[in-house]
Design a protein around this ligand. Structure first.
Ligand code: SF4
Length: 391
């Protein structure tokens, strides 16, 4: 996540709530992408530091736990820059120019000169961020799937160029032997079936067989995977997009919630401000007078009810709105109460971190060290595959 200042409820309901769940299901790496912020905000870096810490505090306030996940800051793991550089050597320019967001963002942010080398290359940096951890899954919304697809292509191209280590065939033979006679025979016959007939099931079964080999080292495992589909050793495995549930959290005006649209409620806002924002929210424009019936489907407040209210309250809204039995201010009451109650939890969790910023620094420093341990290993593999591991 880029550091863009205090996070809002759109971030919470769209991303963070899902991360809180994922951290108990997977080994997770969550990082503040401070270098990514520079791709569009290179002309003013004065707020980067403040925003980095705001972002981490909001994550912690949302329930991301430093003991259940790795929380770090991108620039504290300089290996990301090295992998970005090396991947940029093999990434064709046309791939980057065709990324849909490249043109879109340039048009949207037309007050900025985004015809820069850094902005064009940000999908390569993103690929480096993902491939560094040999990530299996990347939690993204549907609009980000093309970026994960590009990461897969960049990994495939890298493996194609550098996966042919010297003596690969001999090393694979040794690795196959380590599986034991029975498994080795099965592996070979599944590989033959896949290569001769393209049978995907045979490929999947063979992969599962490799996966189940406890006695085979990580390096050998990657050779065995690579040998299956005719490639060399897989240095950078291709990740999958893990589609996250679509957030239904709109902004105060019914559009996407965004700080730049001025329609956001931040995760830790004062009660008075939340009240004021919701009380002045637009409603169904057809309800001019209290006696005019409305339609919740045409009202942004209803979208908030869908997230925050019980079935009973929603029923009360439906009946009251369509029969002009309740006023809009009355209708907004339960939403104000629910948003304030949710914020109370965030405020309380954040208090400790705001009072003792060194705790946040320590969490990030430890998370960054753990991330670096993984990153160093990946870079050792990458450098040696590319023939750059000389001393
Ligand atoms: Fe919207 Fe509620 Fe007013 Fe109906 S009563 S228009 S749902 S705020």
């Amino acid at each position: 996540m880029r550091p863009t200042g205090p996070l809002h409820l759109g971030h919470y309901h769209g991303v963070l709530k899902n991360w809180v769940k994922l951290q108990h299901e997977y080994e997770c790496f969550f990082f503040v992408a401070d270098w990514h912020a520079l791709t569009t905000n290179y002309d003013d870096t004065s707020k980067v530091e403040e925003y980095v810490w705001d972002t981490v505090i909001d994550w912690l306030a949302a329930g991301i736990s430093p003991s259940a996940s790795n929380i770090f800051v991108q620039s504290k793991v300089p290996e990301h820059a090295e992998l970005h550089l090396l991947l940029s050597m093999t990434t064709p320019l046309g791939w980057l120019e065709r990324v849909p967001t490249y043109k879109e963002q340039q048009e949207k942010l037309n007050n900025k000169d985004l015809a820069t080398y850094g902005f064009l290359g940000y999908p390569v940096m993103q690929s480096a961020d993902i491939l560094m951890y040999k990530a299996g899954n990347v939690p993204v919304g549907a609009d980000q799937v093309p970026h994960v697809e590009m990461t897969r292509e960049i990994a495939r191209r890298f493996n194609h160029f550098y996966g042919k280590e010297p003596g690969f065939e001999e090393k694979v033979e040794l690795a196959i032997k380590k599986m034991g006679k029975k498994n080795a025979k099965l592996y070979k016959s599944l590989r033959k079936k896949f290569q001769e007939t393209g049978d995907q099931e045979a490929l999947e079964t063979a992969r599962a067989l490799v996966e189940a080999q406890g006695s085979v080292s990580l390096n050998d495992r990657e050779r065995l995977y690579g040998y299956l589909d005719g490639a060399g050793k897989i240095i950078l495995p291709e990740p999958q997009a893990l589609l996250t549930p679509v957030s239904k959290m709109p902004g105060l005006d019914g559009q996407k919630m965004s700080k730049s649209y001025g329609n956001a409620i931040s995760m830790r806002e004062s009660k008075e401000s939340v009240e004021k924002k919701i009380r002045t929210m637009p409603t169904d424009t057809k309800r001019v007078r209290l006696t005019d019936p409305g339609n919740p489907e045409d009202c942004p407040v209803w979208e908030f009810h869908k997230i925050y209210s019980s079935e009973e309250v929603k029923d009360w809204v439906q009946k009251g709105c369509t029969s002009a039995g309740i006023g809009c201010l009355e209708c907004k009451g339960p939403v104000i109460d629910a948003v304030c109650a949710e914020q109370q939890v965030f405020v309380e969790r954040a208090k400790e971190y705001q009072e003792s910023p060194e705790i946040v620094r320590n969490i990030v420093s430890e998370g960054s060290e753990r991330a670096r341990d993984v990153a160093r290993e990946t870079m050792d593999d990458v450098r040696s595959a590319m023939g750059l591991a000389y001393k």
